[in-house]
Design a protein around this ligand. Sequence first.
Ligand SMILES: [Zn+2]
Length: 462
Amino acid sequence: MGIGQEKGKIGPIPRGFAFSHVGPLANSAQPFNHASMTSKTSLAIEAKRDDLIALTQDLIRIPTLNPPGQDYRAICEYLDRRLSKHGFETQLIRAHGTPGDSEKYPRWNIIARREGQRGGDCVHFNSHTDVVEVGAGWTFDPFGAEISDGKIYGRGTCDMKGGLASSIIAAEAFIETHPDFVGAIEISGTADEESGGYGGVAYLAEHGFFNPAKVQHVIIPEPLHKDRICLGHRGGWWAEIETKGEIAHGSMPFLGDCAVRHMGAVLHEFEDKLFPAMAARRTDMPVVPEGARSSTMNINSIHGGQAEQADDFDGLPAHCVPDSCRIVIDRRFLAEEPLDQVRSEVTDLLEGLRASRMDFDYQLTELNAVLPSMTDRDAPVVQTVSRAIQDIMGKDPEYVASPGTYDQKHIDRIGKLKNCIAYGPGILELAHKPDEYIGIDDMVDAAKVMAAALESLLLPHA
Ligand SMILES: [Zn+2]
């Protein structure tokens, strides 16, 4: 496979990422000129502009914050009412027993399916309904969904309720224009993407909802922008490292063993060896932004010694040598890097310190691991959306990959469904920021592209 065993050397993307053809995929191979029909559906979408705005505003005003994962039931019920009216069969599914699921914060998901006139491919739009915390720095009400200068402002506008609204309008306009379509359309609103997707897409995939015999094409309207197709994402490996020491009186540190100094040695090794090695690697994955085409690692947190005191405690600390220091690392890796190598690079450095540094001891606890995912450029959904972007936007799409993971990982690894992309309106860099917004024109354009993709995949060809 040509994976670089030598540090800093990267081989080609493993063949394992090639698209494998599963399921009917009946209509996707032939080129199909749908220009005249596209304009009809596009006009229907234009006519729904106010509806699209109102729908987005309604979704923003349901504050589905995660953590803790609130109002999932409310947003599913809202989507249920909306989609049932348009002939979708709906199912509300609670992901019992998944992380965070409780009677107070149940993990609710919705899957809605609209059958066409007869059997054929199923196109599935998957959006997560959760949004991240608000944070400081807002000049707009984060859940007010105010409109200013052609944009709707609020937490989750861009990531990704604007994309969800666009996919709903696209599907509704397509169904109205082409009531005789074949195959099926599915729209899902899923929980917990921002915390790993275990109570959302992973749960649904485990329960067969992304079985390639049932669903053939998946579009995830994450905010990658209306003229870009996102083929997949880098991998992620999260771990906690603890260095051990021995507690003693702070006035006589030589009688103890300072775990923070040991952690200093770990960080020094990272700076000296690991960070330069990672920065030297370049992936063939089209990751954006450019800086994420190398391997990266964030040190999320560091803590050593006494626990931090509550804000209302105003006493002085006791004098002790810390016997424990912990960091959490967030390592993002490339399709060319095997997970084993990602792990062993860190453990080799730690073992090196154990051999060379007096009294060095550590414990590494893996927190989570996600493999990279890349859909092949020849996959039917990629080809179809590419043609739709050319038709609607009058330009070739840019192919990108995401620096962070999203729910494609579960559709790929658990669902075994490779024919999946992210495509949706919004600017990636606005996600999770204050004054997050979505451009209304961008949503309209993305809805037209999604509807044109439905026309390619779900209309009987002349
Ligand atoms: Zn998102």
